[in-house]
Design a protein around this ligand. Structure first.
Ligand SMILES: Nc1nc2c(ncn2[C@@H]2O[C@H](COP(=O)(O)OP(=O)(O)OP(=O)(O)O)[C@@H](O)[C@H]2O)c(=O)[nH]1
Length: 559
């Protein structure tokens, strides 16, 4: 790695609105620099997680070091591919701390969208060089000139700085590499100073412990060095350092300005905090500023399906939050579901992806309760809190056909169904981004769901007064569909205080075996029932399968 002096290093990120082609451009850059072989199978190579491949979206920033020859000089280009969806923007802001520039990819047909604007300002505030890349020029409806004008108008970047490419076909992608070398400055670092390394991401490997992704701001780190964590003050011996190419490749040393990974026998997830500074033993340095903590927007309870799995699930959540530090975790307990946690997510998609990753990567089986948003309630005996509608804050015309509107919304309105409604109303044209605007007063009620008169703790929600009836009705209907019939009738009710606002009735179960039938089929059914019982929770005398909660949760998010 010593072959790469600081002036031959470029650290950059690819940012864009969702689906504008970041991962496809990353594939072409990996191919062009010979990092991976050129085959037809290279599709989103940096999207390594199963959930990313299944959903076709990036949820996790990925680093790759590319070695590139240009005009007789060997360059080391560290590329970080980032997610586009608003729920994962925390990944983007952390990745930028390791970069001096960004490729801002904009779809030549769709033009500037909400996340394009949000990502531009993240890069702008971090004082990074921004290279606009207009992608998908091969599309029939592509209008790169219109997009160039938008970029000039909204971001004040001269249109001749835009690079027009087709990442899919590989058209003009060399110009992107050229621009990275010419327009992004090398990192400002000092190799002669003592080591100062920023941990900007980490993952947990069950055999090797914590693998920390580091950006070196000063000094050098070598295999065998003794290092100290500024956060915990614990000392470790470095057992491996290397670059991601895009898979781990040990290098023995990393120098200031370089980005790579480091393994130092950190076994416990609390030992490897994202944002921590690592330095050499007996050579303490001023720690780097680290990161602002992420602000969760959606909260949900998480419980093991089987309480005996509590410790396994605890360790799985800890390991996964190491890789996704934007999730907040607090211990919680529920009468029906036992000990668990209250987790905070950045949005509904983030919640779903976290749940899916727990299941796929850690084989965990969990129950998620209805997502809720935090409220501050002023309890008063006579008056409820006053409601507030969305308030328009401003309106900016991006070009003749596009307008950017800013509104103040109750958070609950947007996490539940706003995004889907906006998409269908605008035939997919409108895009959406949001940020926390603090607490407002609102007319809210606490709604209970009852099964034969007993409250189902995990379905208690706070809803707007005007929506209580429709949400209560929908939950009762879905519970009726997902609960198995039992040996008695079940009244499913939604209530505000003592007032019942919706009701469904689940009729009595009739045993099919009364009417005869084949014995092997009967045994099979009994076995399946016995297995199913393990996944049941009792609320009063009613047996509720864990799945029922998840189904109800889905009703609420689609209402
Ligand atoms: N026609 C055309 N399609 C492209 C081009 N680049 C990407 N695509 C397609 O656009 C879709 C999205 O591409 P991705 O590379 O996954 O986009 P992304 O920005 O990484 O998406 P997220 O990570 O989910 O935000 C895929 O179906 C690509 O095949 C291009 O230059 N031309």
């Amino acid at each position: 790695m010593s072959r790469f002096p600081v002036e031959n290093i470029r650290n950059f990120s690819i940012v864009a609105h969702v689906d504008h082609g970041k991962s496809t451009l990353a594939d072409r850059l990996l191919e062009l620099t010979g990092t991976i072989d050129k085959t037809k199978n290279n599709k989103q190579v940096l999207d390594k997680l199963q959930v990313e491949r299944e959903r076709g979206i990036t949820v996790k920033a990925q680093t790759a070091s590319l070695f590139h020859n240009c005009e007789g000089k060997q360059y080391l280009l560290n590329l970080i591919d980032t997610p586009g969806h608003v729920d994962f923007s925390y990944e983007v802001s952390r990745s930028l701390s390791a970069c001096q520039g960004v490729l801002l990819v904009v779809d030549a047909n769709e033009g500037i969208q909400a996340q394009t604007v949000a990502n531009f300002f993240l890069a702008f505030e971090a004082q990074l060089s921004v290279i606009p890349v207009i992608n998908k020029i091969d599309l029939k409806n592509a209008d790169p000139e219109r997009v160039e004008n938008q970029i000039e108008k909204v971001f004040d970047i001269p249109s001749d700085e835009c690079i027009k490419i087709s990442a899919k076909l590989g058209t003009n992608v060399e110009s992107v590499l050229q621009a990275v070398i010419e327009r992004i400055p090398p990192p400002k670092v000092h190799r002669k100073n003592p080591l100062r390394a920023l941990v900007f991401d980490s993952t947990f490997d069950q055999y090797r412990g914590v693998i920390a992704n580091v950006a070196l701001f000063d000094g050098v780190v070598s295999k065998g060095d003794k290092i100290v964590s500024a956060h915990t003050q614990k000392t470790y011996e470095v057992s491996e350092v290397g670059v991601l190419n895009p898979n781990e490749q040990p290098t023995h040393k990393l120098y200031a300005g370089q980005v790579g990974y480091l393994i130092a026998g950190m076994k416990n997830v609390t030992e490897a905090q994202i944002g921590d500074t690592l330095y050499l033993h007996k050579q303490p340095v001023e720690p780097l500023p680290g990161f602002k903590s992420a602000k969760p927007m959606v909260f949900a309870g998480m419980y093991p399906v089987d309480q005996s799995e509590y410790n396994n699930l605890k360790s799985a959540i800890e390991k996964l939050t190491l890789n996704d530090s934007s999730v907040t975790v607090h211990r919680d307990s529920s009468l029906a579901l036992g000990a668990g946690w209250r987790l905070g997510f950045l949005g509904l998609l983030h919640m779903e992806v976290f749940n899916q990753r727990l299941e796929q990567e850690y084989n965990a089986s969990v129950i998620l309760t209805t997502p809720t948003v935090p409220y501050k309630a002023v309890l008063s005996s006579s008056k409820l809190i006053k409601a507030r509608r969305a308030v328009q804050k401003n309106m900016i015309f991006i070009d003749q056909n596009r307008v950017m509107l800013k509104y103040l919304f109750p958070l609950n309105e947007i996490v539940v169904d706003f995004y889907d409604s906006l998409k269908s109303l605008s035939s997919g044209y409108a895009s959406f981004d949001y940020e926390d605007a603090g607490y407002q007063t609102a007319e809210l009620v606490k709604m209970d769901i009852l099964l034969n008169g007993n409250t189902v703790e995990e379905l208690v929600t706070v809803v707007h007064k005007d929506k209580a009836h429709s949400i209560g009705k929908a939950i009762c209907e879905r519970l009726k569909d997902s609960l198995p019939r039992q040996l008695f009738e079940i009244a499913i009710q939604a209530a505000i205080g003592s007032k019942i606002i919706a009701r469904e009735t689940l009729p009595i179960f009739k045993n099919i075996f009364q009417y005869g039938g084949d014995i092997t089929r009967k045994m099979k059914l009994l076995k399946r029932q016995a297995e199913g019982k393990k996944k049941l929770r009792k609320i009063g005398n009613v047996e509720v399968p864990k799945d029922a909660f998840i189904k109800v949760l889905k009703t609420q998010s689609s209402k």
